[in-house]
Design a protein around this ligand. Structure first.
Ligand SMILES: *Cc1c(COP(=O)(O)O)cnc(C)c1O
Length: 357
């Protein structure tokens, strides 16, 4: 990367990380990537020690939430070196999220190069255990200091990384999901398609309530109909009914275009499955369940890859799926996607960006 300015930490934290108990997003690697925007242009990139930043109390992001993020992972490849999975999709999505909240776009190559440089520099932090990985969190936020409601004229793009365990230590455990008719995460015309802070703030209350009732997550419904399914907070949702894979369409207006979602749809079509991106009502799902035609349901996202649903609860009715066991489709998607990510099986789709070490 051109003009990359590097300041190495004097005190590595590598030894302080408990690799047997990583959890998710608890530990951070030694360095961070920083790129500032001012005078209508992105400046010169730098890598510096991970640590606190000075923020003024009037920082506009603290007040008005002008901030966006991405989420992806680096994997140690069975063939040696490091794999990134479809990072240009994240670059494109960051720019779409940016446009939604008036943040300036950045060059896709700068985004991917920044990730490459930081991951190479902190490669010692990438866990060795299969299923574990280095979670990568790029984000951009307004750095202006003012209290009027308007877009900032200065921004900071950063990348931090975190060694993480596989999401479900004891394997793919089907979870209980509450179908929430009351709370809305996002609505057509709003920010649902952008990875921006507001959507996650909007989902916290419903999520906390559901957890206190013994559920793992909430299935949000589309705001107007309160009938069509939307998303599970930070995962897209899929159903298999009569051997057909069904997921809400991006055109529904509040669906985050997941990289994992796109990968599953791609594989399913390649395998000759019937695939429908269409709105699907919770009543239709309940009816398919009663008729014994609802074979599987699972969430998709970078963190867990595939997260099988063992049970939905909707208006007091319990829809138990596949006797709370992971189904064959979910297992096959999981095995194929993670197999490609870890370099264990061929990558016929050109999804990997390999970083030789
Ligand atoms: C990040 C995210 C997803 C999953 O996207 P992936 O690219 O597959 O990780 C789904 N829904 C929401 C709301 C998200 O923020």
């Amino acid at each position: 990367m051109k003009n990359l300015n590097i300041t190495r930490t004097g005190q590595s934290r590598l030894d302080s990380i408990d690799y047997g108990n990583l959890g998710f997003g608890k530990y951070f690697s030694d360095h961070m990537f920083v790129l500032d925007y001012a005078d209508d242009t992105w400046g010169e990139p730098r890598i510096e020690p991970y640590g606190p930043m000075d923020i003024e109390p009037a920082n506009c992001t603290l007040h008005y939430g002008q901030t966006i993020f991405e989420g992806m992972k680096a994997y140690r490849s069975a063939k040696g070196g490091i794999n990134l999975f479809r990072p240009y999709m994240n670059a494109k999505r960051l720019n779409r999220s940016a446009a939604a909240v008036c943040i300036p776009a950045m060059d896709e190559e700068t985004f991917v190069d920044g990730i490459r440089e930081l991951v190479k520099f902190d490669h010692a932090f990438i866990p060795r255990e299969r299923g574990h990985s280095l979670y990568i969190r790029p984000f951009t936020f307004g750095t202006g200091n003012f209290l009027g409601v308007h877009a900032s004229s200065t921004y900071r793009f950063m990348i931090i990384t975190s060694p993480v365990a596989s999401y479900y230590p004891e394997g793919l455990n089907p979870v209980r999901i509450k179908v929430d008719e009351e709370h809305i995460r996002a609505v057509r015309g709003g920010l649902g398609q952008a990875k921006t802070a507001a959507n996650y703030a909007a989902s916290l209350y419903a999520g906390m309530q559901a957890k206190s009732e013994g559920f793992a997550q909430v299935l949000f419904l589309e705001a107007v109909s309160r009938q069509f399914v939307d998303e599970i907070g930070a995962m897209n949702i899929m159903f298999i009914i009569d051997d057909e894979l069904i997921t809400p369409p991006l055109s529904q207006g509040s669906i985050l275009p997941g990289v994992t979602r796109d990968s599953v749809l791609h594989l399913a079509r390649d395998w000759g499955m019937k695939v429908s991106e269409r709105s699907i009502g919770i009543d239709e799902i309940a009816e398919a369940h009663r008729d014994g035609r609802l074979q599987e349901s699972f969430g998709t996202g970078t963190a867990a890859v595939i997260s099988p649903v063992g049970e939905f609860v909707y208006r007091g009715e319990s829809l138990v799926i596949n006797e709370r066991r992971i189904g064959p489709f979910a297992q096959r998607f999981y095995d194929t996607i993670t197999g490609i990510q870890y370099g264990e099986i061929d990558d016929p789709y050109g999804w990997l960006e390999h970083i030789p070490m």
